[in-house]
Ligand binder design. Structure first.
Ligand SMILES: NC(=O)C1=CN([C@@H]2O[C@H](COP(=O)(O)OP(=O)(O)OC[C@H]3O[C@@H](n4cnc5c(N)ncnc54)[C@H](OP(=O)(O)O)[C@@H]3O)[C@@H](O)[C@H]2O)C=CC1
Ligand SMILES: Nc1c(N[C@@H]2O[C@H](COP(=O)(O)O)[C@@H](O)[C@H]2O)[nH]c(=O)[nH]c1=O
Length: 461
């Protein structure tokens, strides 16, 4: 049988078999926690004839990386045998800090190439993979010792012959694994299903390139741009389907941020609350699918979806709640309940807020207002996307959705490009990005039929 013969891999890297293995690795990766300090990664190990030796995916910060999980599944790797020397522990202990999902084991069919040969061991004293084995992995194997050891070394220890990679690691700290493997004589192929792999870790990738979390500013207003009535009351302006959508979007973020003004005026919970059927489903990092709504030109649907508090419950994994500002909140504030962690940041500096959140491994911030904090982030150039829920209602008075931006004349107008319009019940959801261009690494929102995907152009152009 091929697995026991020496020699290079038989299956060429551009073959449908290897692309199918990469698709499987992507499916495995998607079972990891969507909102985690670490990216989602999957790995499939193949023998030289393309049969599966082992599979794995990363289950969150502090647990074994996908390559090590796959090596262990193949009966190989750091924990499968004694490691006589060397300081590296690949499967380190789980840290007590970030809460992660311990996702279920992949349930799909796995065709293993048969029991691992018991004979040959590697230079590290662990069982080695059959000669000519290939690792198919969705993200470049890391080359650093963080909470766990470098995956490039684990693959070298197992005497891998070839590594096929979808996405290069965008972080300066962990990148370099492909180079390390090549230098050691391993064949390395990159870019197989790269865009799929990048989309899987959309916010992780964009925030690695930005060096800070991606910021989505959420707004909910009347047609005349009011976010509350003259007496300060604001619940509710938008209808049930739009508010449910907010909760789905909150679930894609590592943190929900408001100013003290909103916390004091609204006493919000700032948790993710979803219908029971959705609680079991893994959260996605990309834009959640809206309720199957009609195209913008069609007749608006009725308020079919439940409001978030009617039949919904908090999800097990909650984003961090963040209140920005110097005023004290009462201890009884709902934001301090035990549904999720909350931090108060006594600053007026948006960049400082993002530094703190970046240090906590947060890649995507959902900024819920209010108008003063929203304006501060906009003035600092720290908003990457706007998600605006627009209700067909008028108030005529009350705070408007954005505070003073310091724009004195029409020349200074801050233009945004409309990427998507979606009906949610009677409300509209507008998704916008800066007219000057997308934040690097943020793929465009798919166009909605009827909305031309052309960028905003200067008047008269
Ligand atoms: N419809 C909607 O979607 C929403 C509506 N709202 C409504 O908005 C109103 C609250 O508005 P607002 O008071 O502007 O709320 P904010 O949440 O923006 O809080 C403003 C406060 O945050 C602090 N702060 C933090 N950073 C800065 C900064 N860079 N510059 C100035 N102040 C800063 C200040 O308080 P401190 O003195 O403590 O430092 C400031 O008074 C409420 O009526 C609420 O209902 C709010 C959110 C969403
Ligand atoms: N009034 C208003 C919104 N208000 C936002 O929702 C917060 C309340 O969150 P929670 O307590 O978790 O339900 C509130 O403080 C403010 O940020 N949002 C909307 O989608 N539509 C609305 O009409």
């Amino acid at each position: 049988m091929g697995a026991e013969l020496d020699g290079p891999p038989v299956v060429p890297h551009e073959s449908p078999q290897l692309v199918a293995a990469m698709r499987r690795a992507l499916d495995l990766a998607a079972r990891g926690p969507a909102v985690d300090p670490n990216p989602r990664v999957g790995c499939v190990l193949l023998d030289r004839d393309g049969r599966t030796l082992g599979e794995g995916f990363h289950q969150g910060a502090g647990t074994p990386h996908a390559e090590v999980a796959a090596l262990l599944d193949a009966g190989c790797g750091p924990a499968a045998g004694p490691r006589p020397s060397g300081p590296v522990t690949h499967a380190g202990p789980r840290p007590s800090g970030p809460v992660t999902h311990a996702g279920p084991r992949p349930s799909g069919p796995v065709t293993h190439a048969g029991p691992r040969p018991s004979g040959p061991v590697t230079r590290a004293g662990t069982p080695r993979l059959p000669a000519g084995a290939t690792a198919v992995v969705t993200l470049e194997p890391c080359n650093h010792t963080g909470r766990t050891g470098p995956c490039a070394e684990a693959l070298l220890d197992a005497e891998i012959a070839r590594v096929v990679i979808a996405q290069s690691d965008p972080t300066p700290l962990a990148s370099g694994g492909a180079e390390r493997l090549r230098t050691a004589g391993v064949e390395v192929v990159t870019g197989v299903l790269e865009s799929e792999a990048t989309a899987l870790n959309r916010w992780f990738t964009a925030s690695a390139r930005l060096g800070r979390p991606v910021v989505t500013l959420k707004l909910a207003s009347t047609l005349d741009g009011r976010v509350a009535a003259a007496d300060g009351t604001s619940q509710w302006i938008t209808g049930g389907p739009a508010r449910l959508d907010v909760h789905r979007q909150r679930a894609t973020a590592g943190a929900i941020v408001v100013g003290t003004g909103t916390a004091l005026a609204d006493d919000p919970k700032l948790t993710v609350r979803l219908p029971a059927a959705e609680l079991a489903a893994p959260a996605v990092e990309s834009d959640p699918a809206p309720e199957a709504g009609p195209a913008p030109s069609a007749t608006p649907s009725t308020d079919a979806a439940p409001a978030p508090d009617a039949t919904t419950a908090p999800t097990p994994r909650q984003p961090l709640r963040v209140v920005v500002g110097t005023r004290e909140l009462p201890a009884s504030a709902r934001v301090f309940d035990d549904a999720a962690e909350t931090i108060s940041l006594r600053t007026h500096d948006p960049a400082e807020v993002l530094r703190v959140l970046s240090d906590r491994g947060i890649h995507h911030v959902w900024l819920e207002g209010g108008p003063t904090l929203a304006a501060a982030f906009l003035r600092a150039g720290l908003v990457d996307r706007l998600v605006h829920y627009l209700a067909p209602a008028l108030l005529g008075a009350g705070p408007s959705l954005i505070g003073d931006l310091g724009i004195g004349s029409i020349d200074g107008i801050d233009r945004w490009h409309l990427e998507d319009v979606t009906h949610l019940g009677d409300d509209l959801r507008l998704t916008l990005v800066p007219a000057a261009g997308l934040t690097p690494g943020i793929p465009a929102t798919p166009a909605t039929p009827g909305i031309p995907a052309t960028p905003a152009t200067p008047e008269g152009a």
